[in-house]
Design a protein around this ligand. Structure first.
Ligand code: MLY
Length: 265
């Protein structure tokens, strides 16, 4: 049996703790995802946040939807939780006196938008209002601490959720560092970001949690809170696809640590 990433083992190996549930703007029990591929809804355009557009559910992953704006291309898909305030049932915008907008990068002539809108909604399967869940309240104050572990969206590859560590805390913001990835994917975000999740989230939603990257000198986080700063964490786990565990390496040369078996993105 191939080795799977396991949080309990990993927390022990890295001598770290999981960030408490109440730190996150996520529901304690992840929302159920009843959406189906093909359903349409209204979504805020991620590239033009003042616009509300028509989107189609292109995929389902855990408590998230893979969305594509109607009239846009297939290169700008985005992912939203079913309890995101960025999505709402079709008709909501009009009810509030607003107007549905063409997405940024609308592929047709702007003048054809009204006709396009009518056609795209005609006979469309609309996601029922009951499928949209209420966004959880903001946690106050920021209770994250440096070294705490979490699951976080890789913003450069937003379909991926990965093991991460709080690298720094400043006011309402936290620095999310990706375990085993040498900083290339790290980012600052607000502590109430919908892109960060408590340890165990993916296993509850059925989303696939990525294994940590291959850079084994991941004590950056723990170094600050551990007594022996020179200690290098040994990790037996490499990738779930690997059947034979690779012995832990020390002092690995810098480079693009790509986990084996993971397709290049
Ligand atoms: N093909 C990409 C994948 C990187 C994913 C990193 N995440 C998981 C933090 C690359 O190797 O750059």
């Amino acid at each position: 049996k191939s080795e799977q990433f396991n949080w309990d083992d990993y927390l022990k190996e890295t001598e770290s703790v999981a960030a408490p549930l109440h730190c996150f703007r996520q529901s304690r029990i992840p929302p159920t995802n009843d959406f189906k591929v093909g359903m349409k809804l209204e979504a805020r355009d991620p590239r033009n946040v003042t616009s509300v557009c028509i989107a189609t559910v292109i995929g389902i992953t855990g408590a998230r939807l893979r969305l594509r704006l109607d009239g846009s291309d297939n290169k700008n898909d985005f992912w939203r939780l079913v309890d995101s305030s960025d999505i709402q049932p079709i008709g909501t915008c009009e009810k509030k006196g607003g107007m549905l907008q063409p997405p940024l990068g609308f592929q047709m002539n702007a003048s054809s938008w009204p006709t396009f809108l009518l056609r795209t909604l005609n006979g469309a399967e609309m996601a029922p209002a009951a499928f949209f869940r209420k966004e959880p309240p903001k946690p106050v104050p920021n209770c994250f601490k440096v070294g705490m572990k979490l699951e976080a969206i890789d913003r450069k590859n937003p379909y991926l959720i990965c093991p991460a560590t709080i690298g720094d805390v400043k006011g309402d913001e936290v620095f999310v560092t990706f375990d085993g990835w040498r900083g290339a994917f790290d980012y600052w975000c607000r502590c109430d970001s919908r892109d960060i999740f408590p340890v165990g989230w993916c296993s509850l939603t059925g989303d696939a949690l990525q294994p940590p990257g291959n850079d084994v000198s991941i004590t950056k986080s723990s170094a600050k809170i551990q007594s022996s700063p020179s200690k290098v964490t040994r990790r037996s786990m490499q990738s779930p696809q690997k059947s034979t565990p690779v012995p832990a390496q020390r002092g690995r040369k810098p480079g693009r640590g790509k986990p084996p078996g993971q397709s290049a993105v």
